[in-house]
Design a protein around this ligand. Structure first.
Ligand SMILES: [Zn+2]
Ligand SMILES: [Zn+2]
Length: 373
């Protein structure tokens, strides 16, 4: 990573004011409108990136701690405003004058599908996006090789023209943006053939995107400066990556926990057994103790989803359904009859449960019942 402090020529303990002053001074020297030298355009970009980081207290802190402020999850905090650049050129304070050809680029949003395992463990993938990038032929100036925008004949570079209007209160002097130059104060007489004067071109570019462990549908990852480059070499907007989690075949997510439903035969539930299930962490053994009732659960600790905030993982809850055999052959029927006889279960005793509430049906209702008495 480049050293943002040396790019701006300030010390690491520079105040916010010193950083702003240093950026203004450099931006005036290096901006492509002022300085068509390609090397300056490159330097302008790195200076702008440095300012974008160091002018934002959160990003600066993250940068000081060795982090990459462009890969922060979620983002937030004050964003670098394009007004800062306008201030740098026009001294701020609402002064009028020709508008800059440079404008901030637009934010972009892409949606990315991840499967459950990728959402749990995180994934790094290269994505191809169509976006606007700075025109390499004219170095974002919009002018054909070597040319510079010519001062507008109509407004003499002011970007606006004055107009006298007669009204009932007398003559009123108004100013409006110059039509000849669209308010830029200059006209590109010899536009770059590649970008037709816009300073940028459409292009497909590959962006490596790091999806952190624990994301879920609707989460957005903000990648500062990875959006569209602005016209005239303006700073790029941000790229937002929205996560869409695709459903898993048999694992159901509920926040940080995962749920799985399995069925075991009545005999196995009575005698106890060990079954193997497929999880995000490969095959795992689930111990079913003897006398297991249908609807009870076994909790496998820390085999759920990675917690996006905080650390550790949720649990994997195994919901066990006990299946009753529906077709018995003669031998099996006799065996069950003798079992019933041995247990004194004639089938005439009935135990009626009093139900609390009306949570009938549904997996969780049944789970609650199983523990509720
Ligand atoms: Zn161009
Ligand atoms: Zn003009």
């Amino acid at each position: 990573m480049s050293d943002h402090y040396s790019a701006l020529g300030v010390t690491r303990d520079a105040s916010a004011d010193e950083i702003k002053k240093a950026y203004r001074k450099l931006a005036r020297e290096l901006h492509p409108d002022v300085n068509p030298d390609p090397a300056s355009a490159e330097k302008f970009k790195s200076v702008t990136t440095a300012y974008e980081v160091l002018s934002d207290p959160q990003k600066r802190q993250s940068y000081d701690m060795g982090g990459d402020p462009f890969s922060q999850f979620g983002g937030g905090g004050a964003n670098f405003g394009f007004g800062d650049i306008m201030d740098a050129f026009f001294g701020g304070g609402g002064s009028r004058g020709p508008r800059s050809r440079m404008r901030a680029g637009q934010d972009a949003l892409i949606r990315i599908e991840v499967d459950l395992a990728e959402a749990c463990f995180g994934v790094e993938r290269d994505f191809e996006v169509e976006t606007a990038i700075a025109c390499g032929k004219c170095h974002a100036t919009g002018c054909a090789d070597g040319a510079k925008p010519a001062t507008c004949d109509i407004c003499k570079g002011r970007g606006e023209v004055q107009q006298v209007t007669r009204s009932i209160i007398g003559q009123v002097m108004t100013s409006r943006p110059c039509n000849n130059c669209q308010g830029y104060g200059s006209v590109i007489t010899d536009p770059c053939v590649e970008c037709a004067g816009d300073g940028r071109v459409r292009s497909r570019k590959t962006i490596p995107i790091k999806i952190p462990a624990g994301v879920e549908t609707g989460n957005r990852i903000q990648m500062s400066g990875a959006g569209e480059v602005g016209p005239g070499g303006g700073p790029a907007g941000d790229l937002y990556v929205e996560i869409i989690e695709t459903p898993h075949d048999f694992l159901v997510r509920d926040g940080n926990d995962l749920h799985i439903s399995i069925a075991i035969p009545m005999t196995a539930a009575a005698l106890g057994t060990k079954v193997k299930i497929e999880t995000l962490d490969g095959e795992q053994e689930v111990a079913i103790r003897p006398g297991f009732a249908s609807g009870q659960t076994v909790v496998l600790k820390d085999l759920g989803m990675t917690k996006l905030r905080g650390h550790g993982r949720g649990d994997l809850v195994v919901h066990v359904e006990v299946t009753t055999p529906s077709k018995l052959n003669k031998e099996q029927e006799e065996l069950l009859k003798s079992l019933a006889k041995s247990r004194g279960e004639t089938g005439e005793q009935v135990l009626i449960h009093r139900r609390e509430g009306s949570h009938q049906g549904g997996l969780f209702g049944r789970v609650r019942d199983a523990f509720g008495r």
